[in-house]
Design a protein around this ligand. Structure first.
Ligand code: FVH
Length: 293
């Protein structure tokens, strides 16, 4: 019998939550033979109707393909799902959000079970999957050889960025970016609270806020350059002494608007500490070092 050489590499996907389902649809759309498994079987039914093979057990899904992708709630659910499953010779790609330490431990665990392991951190929400122009991607870390072997298949649902052999690096990049995102949302929440009781349309205010945050976000390049060189006074535009002098205005405005300063005060406190340590001619870069324990 002649093998169909145009057949795409098969994929087994464990976990059909919002993200897993979106990933599954992208691989199905690209005509990859796809086997799916989910703890709650009903969540696999629609995908079965769309062409996926539905495995009755996690072991069955793992046995079907060399490439096994996991997209589960957390690291604990990965352990529970693969408990007792034969992983010998399998290439595991774990897209579940974990800590860097959990990813490293999971890589060592997989190796002991005879599998190869690549960790992933998804920088996208489900509607961005299968939509290249949405700009989503997944950080990957662990075996570079494994990443290169499956690069094309992994790039089907969303972009890929390989960040190193250390299996914990994908999770670290993921959590670092998401942490920055929460800081940004915290700032935006404070800004909306300041205008909340005024006759200012939040819908008209939003583009002003988004454009300002976008412009200021470019400042991270200067921060990175100063962290790398160690010269925190280089190319400073707005020095720390001036910025700390302005913080009472921000706190008084919050007070005047009846807004709690609980989101911004801790950051102002770090700025003040850096100033008192002699960082007046620097910008905000020195705050990074104050956070290191
Ligand atoms: N959705 C998002 O916006 C974010 C975007 C960035 C990346 N995250 C991470 O992706 C992982 C999966 O997220 P999800 O959105 O698919 O999550 P859920 O819709 O809540 O589905 C969870 C799946 O995990 C299964 N599951 C939970 N516990 C267990 C367990 N003990 N054993 C086996 N499977 C388990 C659950 O199964 P079921 O409840 O349907 O039976 C779902 O398949 C996640 O790490 C995000 O942080 C998503």
């Amino acid at each position: 019998m002649t093998k169909n050489t145009t057949e795409k590499p098969p994929v087994s996907l464990l976990g059909l939550g919002a993200m897993g389902t979106a990933l599954a649809r992208a691989w199905l759309t690209a005509a990859h033979p796809l086997t799916v498994w989910n703890r709650t079987a009903a969540r696999a039914e629609a995908l079965g109707a769309e062409g996926a093979k539905v495995a009755g057990t996690a072991a069955g899904a793992v046995a079907t393909s060399g490439l096994v992708v996991l997209c589960l709630l957390d690291d604990e659910s990965v352990g529970a799902t693969l408990d007792g499953v034969d992983l010998t010779g399998k290439d595991l790609v774990d897209l579940t959000t974990t800590t860097p330490a959990q990813a490293r431990a999971r890589a060592a665990w997989a190796e002991r079970r005879g599998a190869r392991y690549l960790d992933g951190g998804i920088m996208a929400v489900p509607p961005m999957i299968g939509v290249p122009e949405a700009g989503g991607y997944v950080f990957y870390s662990g075996s570079r050889e494994l990443f290169e072997r499956h690069r094309e298949v992994l790039a089907v649902p969303v972009g890929t960025k390989y960040v190193g052999e250390d299996a914990g690096f994908a999770a670290l990049h993921d959590v670092a970016l998401l942490s920055a995102m929460y800081g940004m949302f915290a700032g935006a929440a404070h800004a909306f609270a300041l205008i909340r009781r005024e006759e200012i349309d939040p819908v008209a205010f939003a583009p002003l806020l988004a454009d300002w945050l976008g412009a200021m976000a470019q400042g991270v390049h200067g921060t990175a350059a100063r962290l790398k060189s160690g010269d925190y006074g280089k190319d400073v535009v707005s020095n720390l002494a001036m910025q700390v002098a302005g913080t009472p205005t921000f706190l008084a405005t919050a007070e005047g608007q009846g807004v709690s300063p609980e989101l911004i005060r801790p950051y102002f406190e770090l700025m003040r500490r850096r100033l008192e340590a002699g960082g007046g001619e620097e910008d905000l870069t020195g705050v990074v070092d104050l956070l290191l324990r």
